[in-house]
Design a protein around this ligand. Structure first.
Ligand SMILES: Nc1ncnc2c1ncn2[C@@H]1O[C@H](COP(=O)(O)OP(=O)(O)OP(=O)(O)O)[C@@H](O)[C@H]1O
Length: 480
């Protein structure tokens, strides 16, 4: 339970959209290929993929490598072997049905036309083999005959099975209200318990019925009987009404009234399975493969006393070690990670401010492993202005015979801004070092003043430049 809470905690709205969107795409793929062999192969590949993930998580290197190869080969096989089935699914669906709605499995089959034609064929002793596929595809077991795409009519059926027609041999396949194929070759059953009068036409019907969920009607050329094959059963029907009932029952699911039909239950279950699969895949990507990353994040200071200013901080950024799945870690943008230190309790002077977990904002799914440093020293003070005299900071030595006669600073004072505590201890401000070596005559040195500590600032708009005007003269006692 704890594990579940941990897994689902921090789920972002983007993650929920991600899972729902992909579950819907998977569900639409199922709806599109429902009843075909393609969907069964895709499910088998999905199972293999899950096993492959399991092998990876268990560290079975060769097994996962081999499974990857099998999955790639299986995907290729699906495309090659089922290309006709894929093409026919894509051709028979309109653009809207890719995204919305549940396409009817079958357009209503005109049962009466079939019944009427079948008994007419029987009366005329014209042998016939008619296939009405249902959910499962038949493409993988039927050797394709001649594509037809003609609207079903009594006349068309009679003419197809008329002896003089080149297409009368083999089976005619009806989908919805169309004859889609003629002269198709069905798989012969190998059953040994079939009646002796079942020749190849009947065996072909038995063969297809046992391999698929199609219903097959045979009109015997020899006896003029009409036999219906479905699954394991073979029923000879001599009554129009009974045949119509059987055919309607076969196509029943497509015509079933709205409500909680097995069809609705099936789609509901598939929708849940899609959601579960995508959630599982999402977690394996988003929460698996823990990755560590170290980020240098600038610190923001919050809630300080408005009268005070931050004059110094031991660091302006902190190093955060973060962990999360590789995918999430890669998607982290620097602006999503923030360190905000609360200075509400800070006082004038030096403050030790710990970097607590709640002062760090992380994107969901990312965990904090380490913070370095764990606290910052922040110096707060009341900013004040102070005028300080400027003194030159001479360095080196004048020539032995020279002395500095007069030194004047322009300006001789500067106004600085700094913390009140700090400025209490500063009485003078010095220029940068001015070398005396090599000076032979008077002159002017333009230098800057040293603002130490660095939080010390010159008053607003003031350029850091002072002129040191000096005169040099010979020592009266110097030897010439
Ligand atoms: N595998 C097959 N797929 C499709 N049609 C087949 C297949 N084998 C045979 N047929 C059809 O069955 C016809 C042969 O029927 P055959 O007389 O052998 O069977 P039967 O079961 O005795 O039928 P009938 O009672 O009509 O004579 C072929 O001309 C052909 O049209």
């Amino acid at each position: 339970m704890d594990l579940l809470i941990q897994l689902f905690s921090g789920l972002r709205w983007q993650d929920i959209v991600d899972i729902l969107l992909n579950s819907y795409i998977l569900f639409r793929l199922y709806v599109l290929f429902r009843g075909t062999n393609v969907i069964r192969m895709i499910m088998a590949i999905a199972m293999l993929w899950m096993l492959e993930r399991l092998a990876v998580s268990m560290g079975l290197i060769v097994t996962s490598w081999a499974m990857q190869g099998i999955i790639a080969a299986a995907a290729l096989i699906v495309i090659i072997v089922f290309r006709n089935e894929i093409a026919s699914v894509l051709q028979t669906r309109n653009f809207k049905s890719f995204f919305w709605g549940i396409p009817q499995r079958q357009i209503q089959t005109p049962v009466d036309i079939i019944v009427e034609s079948v008994y007419e064929l029987a009366r005329r002793k014209l042998g016939a083999l008619i296939v009405l596929p249902l959910k499962k595809g038949i493409e993988s077991v039927v050797q394709s005959g001649i594509p037809w795409q003609g609207k079903l009519s009594r006349e068309m059926l009679l003419s197809i099975f008329w002896h003089g027609t080149p297409v009368h041999d083999g089976a005619t396949i009806i989908q919805g209200d169309r004859i889609v194929e003629v002269a198709a070759i069905l798989p012969l059953s190998k059953r040994g318990d079939l009646p002796s009068y079942f020749g190849t036409r009947h065996r072909a019907a038995v063969g297809l019925a046992e391999k698929t969920d199609a219903l097959v009607i045979v009109v015997s050329e020899e006896r003029g009987h009409v036999t219906v094959f479905k699954d394991e059963s073979a029923v000879t029907i001599s009554d129009n009404i009974e045949l119509a009932r059987v055919l309607r029952e076969h196509a029943g699911e497509a015509d079933a009234p709205a409500g909680l039909t097995s069809h609705t239950i099936e789609l509901g279950a598939v929708a849940l399975i899609c959601l579960a699969c995508i959630t599982g895949i999402w977690f394996s990507f988003a929460r698996g493969l823990e990755t560590l990353v170290t980020l240098e994040v600038p610190v923001e200071f919050m809630n300080r006393d408005p009268k005070m200013e931050i004059f110094a901080a031991s660091a302006s950024s902190v190093r955060l070690q973060l962990s999360g799945s590789g995918t999430l870690i890669k998607s982290v943008r620097p602006d999503q990670v923030k360190v905000k230190l609360n200075l509400a309790n800070a006082v004038a002077g030096r403050n030790q401010v710990p970097i607590a977990r709640d002062s760090i904002a992380l994107p969901p799914g990312i965990q904090l492993k380490q913070v370095d440093p764990q606290a910052l020293e922040v110096t707060l003070d009341l900013p004040v202005e102070k005028t300080l005299p400027v003194q030159p900071d001479w360095t080196g030595k004048l020539d032995a015979g020279l002395i500095l006669e007069d030194v004047r600073m322009v300006p001789d004072t500067v106004k600085v801004v700094g913390g009140s505590l700090m400025l209490e201890n500063i009485q003078t401000i010095y220029t940068e070092k001015i070398p005396l070596d090599g000076i032979a005559t008077g002159g002017t040195a333009t230098v800057s003043v040293v603002l130490q500590p660095s939080s010390l600032k010159l008053e607003d708009g003031r350029a850091n430049r002072v002129d040191v005007i000096y005169k040099v003269r010979k020592r009266p006692d110097a030897a010439f």
